[in-house]
Design a protein. Structure first.
Length: 225
């Protein structure tokens, strides 16, 4: 199990696009690793299909995608044709690799196995309780999502959190509940009042609270860009 802020494990794997070393694959980019219990599964087919359609949005954000499924490369390639048919795309090539993990070694290493969920052969499914990993250019885990295998992931929410992670990685702000790009951000509590004008020349609004403490500080998103 990888904790937030830890270096994500490196590994050498076979994929639908050949062999790769994960850290070399990331090199200088953000990356998202999706885990799936098996090929030809209905919920996963919808997810990987939606990801194909969203490639331009991830590319714009400098994010590489890679999936993992507990089957072999040949099975992956057959499944890819179903995925492309599902979203009715005329793409010749699949736009991101799928890791072959038929022995579930990598799934176990990453803590993605739920002992209570089994496939038809009685082997543990990869559990989407930690099935989405967002890794930064520094190769550290930035975020993981918790999903049961029966619940498809909200991929638009994933774009939203990528925007937040990339913004807060370089600016002294945080993003409040239901934040979206363009909405006000919150100034970090560690920023001193005397530094506000220098860091946020377009101003900071303080929302008054019953406690009288001025910690609810907002600043326009555009001045953090």
């Amino acid at each position: 199990m990888v904790n937030l802020g830890e270096i994500f494990p490196d590994f050498h794997v076979r994929t639908s696009e050949g062999e790769l070393d994960f850290h070399k694959f990331i090199e200088g980019s953000w990356a998202i690793l999706f885990a799936h219990p098996a090929d030809y599964t209905p919920v996963c087919t919808t997810e990987l299909g939606c990801l194909v359609g969203m490639i331009p949005e991830f590319t714009k954000r400098g994010v590489k995608l890679i999936a993992l499924s507990c089957d072999d490369v040949d099975t992956h390639k057959g499944w890819m044709e179903d995925i492309k048919a599902f979203i009715k795309t005329d793409l010749m090539d699949f736009p991101y690799p799928i890791i072959a993990d038929q022995g579930r070694e990598l799934a176990v290493k990453l803590g993605m196995v739920d002992p209570d969920e089994k496939d038809a052969q009685g082997m543990p499914l990869t559990c989407r309780a930690v099935g989405v990993f967002v890794i930064g250019p520094d190769k550290k885990l930035k975020l993981s999502f918790l999903y049961p295998a029966s619940c498809g992931r909200n991929l638009h929410e994933l774009l939203r959190v990528i925007d937040s992670l990339q913004l807060t990685a370089t600016k002294q702000v945080a993003t409040p509940a239901d934040w979206e790009p363009g909405k006000d951000c919150m100034v970090l509590p560690t920023v001193k009042d005397e530094d506000l004008e220098k860091l946020f020349p377009k101003g900071v609004k303080v929302r008054e609270m019953p406690s009288g403490k001025g910690y609810m500080r907002y600043t326009p998103h555009e001045q953090t860009e």
